[in-house]
Design a protein around this ligand. Structure first.
Ligand code: DQA
Length: 148
């Protein structure tokens, strides 16, 4: 059984209370449960994580890269939060590992402030998903299943 890494970046631990008009009222635990169900339905195991640290995200992408090399990774779903718009290090980590990665945003970043319109992740990602709310995580897992 292949593993899906779902990696969440800064401030996503605040889901549920953080700007609910933008991100909805479900918590990160709710999102994890939703991902568990989607992975079970698609025959994947789930590794679900959150950190506020950019370097930790880089380390986790490297870890996913090792799993990819051993043929045990289905792919990575990355909501890098604000690091999406700032991080060359995350761009380089994705490129450097060769992993299949879906960039995910709960909100439609293109309908928001101009500083959210640029992503350092997108040029290194297999696909990009934005604006489906937290249900986007389940859609992304189904999308990975179609890519195997
Ligand atoms: C986000 C969008 C980012 O612009 C923002 O910094 C986040 C969350 C989203 O899921 O919509 O933290 O990635």
């Amino acid at each position: 059984m292949k593993t899906v890494f779902v990696l969440n970046g800064p401030n996503l631990n605040l889901l549920g209370t953080r700007e609910p008009q933008v991100y909805g009222s479900q918590t990160l635990d709710d999102v994890q449960a939703l991902c568990e169900r989607a992975c079970a339905a698609n025959g994947f195991s789930l590794d679900f994580r959150q950190t506020n640290s950019e370097g930790t995200l880089v380390d986790w992408l490297h870890e996913a890269g090792h799993l990819h090399t051993s043929g045990k990774l289905a792919g990575v779903i990355l909501n890098a939060g604000a690091y999406t718009h700032t991080s060359v290090a995350l761009h380089d980590a994705i490129k450097g590992t060769g992993i299949c990665l879906i960039e995910l945003h709960i909100s439609n970043v293109h309908a928001r402030e101009a500083f959210r319109h640029h992503s350092f992740i997108s040029p290194a990602a297999k696909s990009v998903m934005a604006g489906f709310g937290v249900n986007g995580y389940a859609l992304a897992i189904a999308g990975l299943a179609g890519m195997q």
